[in-house]
Design a protein around this ligand. Structure first.
Ligand SMILES: Cc1cc2nc3c(=O)[nH]c(=O)nc-3n(C[C@H](O)[C@H](O)[C@H](O)COP(=O)(O)OP(=O)(O)OC[C@H]3O[C@@H](n4cnc5c(N)ncnc54)[C@H](O)[C@@H]3O)c2cc1C
Length: 498
């Protein structure tokens, strides 16, 4: 008997892209194997211990990448079943309809998408069902058309956050309930902590393991292999079809063949894998694989009111889009603002190692913590390259003046709202949380590796469905858009390729 293994669909990576795709394709009955380099994240005391998570970095990978200057850094990129969504903030916002068209900023422009918002809308609705999104329509002026309501009512504001909401309204802003993939009662049963950047070990976060992989595994035709790292894609001698993948599991290297290969290893790792798999890379006739890396310009903005205690636990229920489509003064867009998960003294200390925790606790008790996010624009010089197994991430930030404008404008409003001290700090390069764009979709094979259904222009049986495909980063969190497109691609494959 030959030990040559052949399947219908090989999915590489079990994050939002891969996990959701598998859930979408599973009902077809196709034989699907998901290869995931990480393991399932088990419950432990560390899962709710901010010192373990933020100071000791127990969930971070034992891996280093090089930055553009050749300096090694340990990336906040998580390798588990469910990928980065195991630690995500579960904000499940749609891109705004305007994000699909070119946008002019102060210092640059986006190219837009190869299709309009309405094309993706039905799958946004499906993705919101799959991820059991909690939200409320009608509060955000930038909200795109929804063909149905959210599956569940919004997560309630804690009392201290209800006060913050009123303060924002008093200075003319329009806070809206953040759409969230969290069952708050279940989350708090696991411990009185926020969920943003805390690992989900089965306590109510709607991540790609619970809502993607496990949904797919309810079908007998789907199999998950953990600890299975793909090192290379295999190409047929004709150079067109992808034959399968070379996988290392339990120290053993083997080849698995497939009719269809769906890459979903994350925007940095998918690009790296494609580049490593051929002399000029795979799917890289355009020389665009690894280019156009984007990651959002993001800052933490801490608003301190010395006379008001913030006793909230999870905090993360408000968004503000007043500066999303314009700066409020007739100028170009600045970005989105949303609450961060509650920043406690042990979390803040991971950035301010010199400060005593008791002093930080005095401050954080009186702080409301926000996250300001601006679009990062696609640039061919912002890129992932490889040297053997080593990944180099040369992220060229763009659109920084829009981000500075967002932070400055928001600081003004916070001061007017009664927070006399406002501190802001940009997130640094070691945090590629919103990585995207490295294997983008487009109509033109000369400028994009993938077609609008995420199929490689060069290889008819290769698809890339993680955040790599995003042609723009918008200024909202990426996961719901990755999930919607993964479901759209699954339906397309079911109709055309199986
Ligand atoms: C702290 C944090 C907070 C965030 N908050 C939000 C939020 O509130 N809302 C939001 O929308 N987004 C948020 N994000 C971003 C979001 O998590 C990501 O955009 C999303 O999870 C990306 O999904 P993906 O499928 O592109 O890739 P990934 O999540 O990176 O999944 C890729 C998977 O592939 C596996 N893999 C990698 N290489 C290989 C290989 N060679 N072989 C086999 N398997 C491999 C990985 O282990 C991983 O499981 C956050 C991220 C972080 C880190």
């Amino acid at each position: 008997m030959s030990d040559r293994e052949s399947v219908d669909v090989l999915v590489i990576g079990s994050g939002i892209g891969g996990g959701t795709f598998a859930a979408g394709l599973a009902p077809t009955g196709a034989k699907i194997v998901i290869l995931e380099r990480g393991e399932r994240l088990r419950d432990s005391r560390e899962a709710r211990d901010p010192r373990a998570i933020f100071q000791r970095g127990v969930y971070r990978p034992d891996e280093s990448w090089l930055d553009g200057a050749g300096q090694a850094f340990n990336p906040g990129n998580y390798y588990y079943v469910g990928g980065n969504s195991k630690l995500y903030g579960a904000v499940l916002l749609r891109y705004r309809a305007e994000d699909f068209s070119p946008i002019q900023y102060r210092d640059g422009a986006t190219t837009g998408w190869p299709f309009a918002y309405d094309e993706l809308e039905p799958w946004y609705t499906q993705a919101e069902k799959l991820y059991q999104v909690r939200g409320a329509l009608g509060f955000d002026k930038t909200e795109p058309r929804h063909s149905g309501p959210y599956p569940f009512a919004e997560v309630p504001d804690e009392p201290a956050i209800a006060v913050a909401r009123e303060r924002m309204q008093r200075v003319g802003l329009h806070p809206f309930p953040l759409p969230l993939g969290v069952d708050i009662e279940r989350w708090l049963e696991g411990g009185q902590t926020p969920w943003d950047a805390f690992p989900d070990t089965g306590h109510g976060k709607m991540d790609a393991e619970n809502c993607g992989v496990n949904v797919a595994l309810a079908h007998a035709n789907v199999e998950l292999r953990v600890g299975a790292r793909v090192d290379r894609l295999l190409v047929d001698p004709d150079g067109r079809r992808i034959a399968g993948a070379e996988v290392v599991k339990d120290g053993e290297r083997r080849e698995i063949f497939a009719k269809i290969v769906v890459l979903a290893a994350g925007a940095v790792n998918s690009a790296a894998l494609l580049l490593r798999s051929g002399e000029r890379g795979i799917a890289n006739r355009s020389d665009n694989v690894g280019r156009h890396f984007m990651n959002h310009n993001a800052s933490a903005v801490l608003a301190v009111d010395p006379f008001k205690v913030n006793d909230s636990v999870y905090q993360k229920t408000l968004g503000i889009n007043d500066f999303y489509l314009g700066d409020g003064r007739g100028g170009p867009p600045l970005g989105n603002i949303q609450l961060l998960g509650r920043v406690s003294a042990p979390i803040l200390k991971s950035n301010l190692a010199w400060a005593p925790e008791w002093a930080l606790a005095l401050m954080t008790r009186r702080t409301v913590d926000w996250y300001a996010m601006s679009e990062d624009l696609p640039s061919p010089e912002s890129r992932v390259t490889v040297d053997g197994a080593q990944i180099r991430l040369d992220w060229k930030r763009s659109n920084w003046s829009a981000h500075e404008g967002l932070v400055a404008t928001f600081k003004e409003r916070l001061r007017a709202a009664g927070y006399p001290i406002v501190l802001a700090k940009p997130f640094d390069r070691r945090t590629p949380s919103h990585q995207c764009g490295t294997v983008r979709i487009g109509d033109d094979p000369a400028t994009s590796p993938l077609d609008p259904y995420c199929r490689a222009h060069d290889h008819p049986n290769l698809f890339v469905v993680d955040a790599s495909f995003l042609p723009t980063s918008a200024a909202v969190n990426p996961s719901l858009t990755i999930a919607a497109q993964a479901l759209r691609v699954a339906d397309h494959i079911a109709e055309n390729d199986l």
